[in-house]
Ligand binder design. Structure first.
Ligand code: BGC
Length: 514
């Protein structure tokens, strides 16, 4: 262990209260905000490979793509225009998350979720009815704004609602909804691709309205978090809400801590200036590095590339369906593993285990592809080899799905004090979107140049991120969210950035209770 570099989160306060049906229900409803992001992640790749869609909106891309007869599996047809179109969503989400942080802080978490749902709904309608590229792009930008609002507010909402002992589990329902959204979207694409009239793409895009309606209507019924209620001056409502979600009247201690956090928060007029202060260097670093690393695991490359790989290794015409179902189901099921274990094993254990698993799988996949495809990118692969490759990819996906996938959203949402939580989450969303964009844009060119080495490239990154987690991420399991400052203060590296009178929201550091 890194010289006491991590803090045993199990020894801070333990407020009374239980996991009530009410909190479970509110968290499940709020988590459906993940469906819109997941649905979009799953739907775009399929739609942009449908010929009627290309012919209508991107005829030049269609012509070039059909003229491309290369059998080199590394250097696939690469249209920057098409990827830029897909990626416009990530850029819109990146910018929107900063506006969302303001709304989330001033008007409440619930309001941002509602806004996200409505805007995404409008985007789905525009896209489903698109007559020209202009409508398509406008729709995509609206979808991106919706995702920016949802991803900024939902993880914060979940982390604040949850009792500390169940925070990991409840927060991860967001990632669960992302994975379910991806799976459903892939299945929808498979069906709509078969529509003879060539308007299947319209159905795929328009159906995005369903997850949007779910989070929109759901958020109308959601209560706001006690933390946000107090912060916006509704003290009585906050106390009642706290009693209701904890299932006990004995919430005095937790309530007092929320009030202290809120008093600190009210002193802060400019969260953006504040977040840059030395005492928040740890949280800021983690909020930037975690989403950056999440994208550098290469998960999205595996997801984009899987249908190609499945086709090459012999799944033929149904390759994309097989790939979607196999990878999608593993992704969903493995997420349950982290939901069940994160509050017992802790974030660090899952990060390190998942990272090691992904590292080993990437080395094996890279080597197996190198052996068969060499540097020419041409190969005839025996069935057993193909099956083995698919199995290892599944082990990789499972590793991501119980570590960097859900933890990439959980950890940033639980480490900041109230006054800069909303701003911190906006940074996480924007870094995530920026690198999702960057990798989508670059991956085909990288594959063409690095060949099988692309898998080694990501393996090196996963190795580096394991080091980051091991040395620089303290354990946050079971620590009450408004008590998190003590975790940083106690960390052997980050502690030196925090002066004694600055920690724990201005309260004197309390001695952990055993
Ligand atoms: C990531 C996405 C990824 C998805 C896969 C999410 O946590 O942010 O980039 O596609 O997980 O399940």
């Amino acid at each position: 262990m890194a010289g006491g570099a991590h803090f045993d989160g199990g020894t801070t306060k333990d407020y009374p209260g239980k996991l009530t049906g009410f909190v479970l229900l509110t968290c499940i409803v709020a988590a459906t905000g993940g469906l819109i992001f997941g649905y979009d992640l799953g739907i775009s790749g399929g739609v942009t490979s449908m010929n009627p869609f290309l012919k209508k909106f991107f005829p030049s891309v269609y012509r070039k793509e059909t003229a491309d007869t290369s059998t080199n599996q590394y250097c696939k047809f690469d249209s920057q225009l098409l990827t830029a179109f897909t990626s416009s969503l990530y850029l819109a989400a990146l910018v929107a998350s900063f506006f969302a942080s303001y709304v989330t802080r001033k008007a409440g978490r619930k309001f941002s979720m509602l806004a996200g749902g409505i805007i995404f709904f409008a985007g789905a309608a525009l896209n489903g009815g698109a007559k020209d590229v202009g409508m398509l792009i406008a729709g995509r930008i609206l979808l991106g704004i919706g995702v920016g609002f949802a991803n900024q507010s939902v993880p914060v909402y979940l982390s604040e609602m949850a009792p500390a002992r169940y925070r990991g589990m409840l927060n991860m329902s967001f990632q669960l909804m992302i994975t379910i959204g991806i799976l459903i979207a892939n299945l929808v694409n498979f069906g709509t691709n078969k529509i003879v009239g060539g308007w299947g793409w319209r159905v795929s895009l328009a159906l995005a309205a369903i997850p949007a309606a779910i989070i929109t209507v759901g958020s109308l019924f959601l209560p706001d978090t006690p933390n946000s209620l107090i912060d916006r001056g509704h003290d009585d409502a906050a106390l009642n809400m706290l009693r209701r979600i904890r299932g006990t009247n004995d919430v005095e201690e937790e309530y007092k801590d929320l009030v202290v956090a809120s008093n600190e928060s009210k002193k802060i007029k400019h969260p953006w200036a504040n977040i840059l202060k030395r005492k928040y260097r740890a949280q800021l670093t983690v909020a930037i590095m975690i989403p950056f690393f999440q994208q550098l695991t290469g998960m999205n490359v595996i997801m984009f590339y899987a249908p190609v790989l499945f086709k090459t290794v012999g799944f033929g015409a149904n390759a994309s369906l097989y790939s979607a179902v196999i990878i999608g189901v593993v992704n969903v099921i493995a997420t349950f593993v982290s939901i069940a274990t994160v509050d017992r094993f802790g974030r660090r254990t899952l990060f390190l285990e998942g990272g090691t698993q992904m590292f080993i799988c990437q080395l094996i996949v890279g080597t197996m592809i190198a052996i068969k495809f060499g540097t020419t990118g041409e190969a005839d692969i025996p069935k057993w080899y193909a099956i083995l490759l698919v199995l290892i990819i599944c082990v990789y996906v499972a590793g991501f799905a119980w570590s960097w996938g859900p933890l990439g959203w959980l950890v940033p949402s639980e480490i900041f004090p109230l006054e800069i939580r909303s701003a911190g989450q906006a940074i996480t969303v924007s870094v995530n979107m920026f690198f999702t964009f960057g990798i989508a844009q670059a991956f085909l060119a990288m594959l063409c140049h690095l060949k099988f080495g692309l898998f080694y490239f990501f393996a090196v990154w996963v190795f580096i991120m394991n080091g980051f987690i091991y040395y620089l991420l303290p354990e946050t399991k079971n620590v009450p969210i408004e008590d998190m400052a003590i975790v940083w203060k106690k960390h052997s590296f980050w502690g030196r950035f925090i002066d004694d009178d600055q920690d724990n929201n201005g309260k004197p550091p309390h001695t952990p209770e055993v």
